[in-house]
Design a protein around this ligand. Structure first.
Ligand SMILES: [Zn+2]
Ligand SMILES: [Zn+2]
Length: 374
């Protein structure tokens, strides 16, 4: 995402912070303007103003400021106590589940990042309170208290809060042989399921979808049984063994299970790329050495609107990210391979998002530096 600066001291602000780390000014985020900055008292003691907001709107803090570590603001004339992100959550742990409440705050923090990104991409998000049929709702439940399966069903996104527990999530990640597993990744995946009927079916792209992702009418239950019952261990795309054939066609092994999962994994990955590239760009850090891992043809922009240049800039950036994380003694920060087929699927998502979202105000720069320029 784009970076924000403290209007008092100039310090770079992180999206999740409620206080400037340098000058300790109190911070707030206004979802309508997508602006994060210092909040100041207004002449009315019951309301706050946001520096640099430019709208003169009077705000109060989201009622989940403490419970969900929420730094978002609500206009004072809004009858809701919760911010537009917090109000999408319909189930949370009860007040006695203290461990789960800490995990809940982590999950809400990841969700705010998701909602901010959907807003900035121009993807409509409406709650089930406003639209019970087509709206979205989040249920954050703890598997310490009940049986919970992370997933999506008819606009209801359920997250097992134990995914916020680093030890638990890392163990599951290892057991499933996944190179990457995060709460934000889960939320980006599940919201992909939510958008599938809107972006694909409603917009009349079902045939084009099936050509790329396969026939989604095949039994999901059979696919699930086959995926988890095959007895074959998962294979790692980045292990370099060359025996993981799915790498040529899918962004993750999980994506091979069913066309719906392929879509959700690809959609989530598209959000990763857009967010990562926005961040890199706002720090002046986009380096696009011609990608070593994808063919030049897949990256060429034949139509002026393809995802190719964006992916090329991203691959150059991730090359540096991975080199950097290895320098610091950790593994690849970006453990993915993007084959030409996967780039084609990302391009499909890119076009469908642009179709509903309209022109993008701030297209991330895809200007490519080469080694000669550096
Ligand atoms: Zn400051
Ligand atoms: Zn909130």
């Amino acid at each position: 995402m784009k970076s924000f600066g403290c209007s008092v001291c100039g310090q770079i602000l992180f999206f999740d912070n409620s206080r400037c780390l340098r000058c300790a000014s109190e911070l707030g985020y206004a979802p309508d303007s997508g602006h994060l900055d210092v909040v100041v008292a207004s002449d009315d003691p019951s309301s706050l103003l946001l520096e640099g907001d430019g709208t003169g709107t009077h705000y109060r803090r989201c009622a989940n400021q403490t419970l969900a570590a929420c730094n978002w603001l609500v206009p004072v004339d809004d009858p809701e106590h919760l911010c537009v992100s917090c109000r999408l959550t319909t189930v949370r742990p009860n007040d006695a589940e203290t461990d789960a409440l800490v995990e809940f705050a982590d999950a809400e923090t990841a969700k705010r990042r998701l909602i901010h990104q959907l807003n900035s991409l121009g993807l409509d998000i409406v709650g089930k309170d406003a639209d019970p049929e087509r709206g979205v709702a989040f249920e954050f439940r703890s598997s310490d208290a009940e049986d919970v399966m992370t997933g999506h069903d008819g606009g209801v996104i359920t997250l097992d809060l134990s995914e916020s527990d680093d030890v638990h999530r890392e163990r599951v990640r290892h057991d499933l042989g996944e190179p990457y597993r995060t709460v934000l990744g889960h939320l980006r995946h599940e919201i992909g399921h939510y958008y599938w009927p809107r972006l694909v079916v409603d917009a009349g792209h079902t045939d084009a979808f099936r050509e790329l992702f396969g026939d989604e009418t095949v039994s999901y239950q059979d696919a699930l049984d086959a995926h988890y019952g095959s007895g074959e261990g998962p294979t790692d795309a980045t292990a370099g063994t060359g025996d993981a054939e799915w790498v040529n066609t899918h962004v993750s092994e999980y994506a091979t299970m069913h066309p719906w999962e392929d879509w959700a994994e690809t959609f989530a990955h598209y959000l990763h790329i857009r967010a990562g590239l926005d961040t890199a760009n706002s720090f002046g850090f986009v380096l696009g050495e011609p990608a070593l891992t994808a063919s030049r043809d897949a990256l060429a922009d034949h139509t002026g609107v393809s995802v190719g240049p964006m992916v090329q800039a991203w691959l150059g950036t991730t090359l540096v990210m991975n080199a950097m994380s290895r320098s610091l003694g950790t593994g690849n920060h970006y453990p993915f391979v993007l084959s030409p087929t996967v780039i084609e699927k990302l391009d499909f998502v890119h076009r469908l998002v642009n179709e509903v979202a309209g022109p993008i105000e701030e297209e991330p720069s895809t200007e490519v530096l080469t080694v000669d320029d550096v």
